[in-house]
Design a protein around this ligand. Structure first.
Ligand code: 9YT
Length: 129
């Protein structure tokens, strides 16, 4: 059984900080679960263009509010704590956190991340063996 606390992750290599978000990677490929699970904070006002060509991602928003734009249809969804979205078609999207508030989300990736991934120029994560 694996038991961890967020505090065990903070300040380690599984705590990845970028200009727009911080991802605390709680379960990684090395844990052998077949998915990774992250506690991610999107910074206030951040606008992220993402396209996970190599991964499926499910996101459950637990704090804050913002918008999610499906770039295939241009449909804009208002999202808030309690909203879940699943990128079941590797959907190209833009995620925006409202100004003045962060968004905190639980993110699950299949296949699992190794822990070090950051977005490439196309908004994807590379597949790492
Ligand atoms: C929601 C989203 O995709 N945010 C970017 C960071 C990513 N969730 C991660 O690596 O945890």
């Amino acid at each position: 059984m694996i038991v961890k606390h967020l505090n065990d992750i903070l300040g380690t290599s599984a705590d990845v900080d970028t200009a727009g978000w911080t991802s605390r990677r709680l379960i990684l490929k090395s844990d052998g679960m077949g998915y990774s699970m992250h506690d991610t904070v999107i910074k206030p006002g951040a606008e992220l263009d993402m396209h996970y060509r190599n991964h499926l991602e499910t996101v459950y928003l637990i704090e804050g509010e913002g918008q999610l734009v499906d770039l295939a249809t241009q449909k804009c969804h208002d999202i808030r704590a309690g909203t879940l979205y699943a990128l079941n078609r590797h959907d190209h999207h833009i995620l925006k956190a409202n100004k003045g508030t962060h968004m905190r989300m639980v993110c699950v990736f299949n296949p699992p991340l190794t822990g070090q991934e950051v977005h490439d120029a196309t908004g994807a994560y590379a597949l790492v063996d």
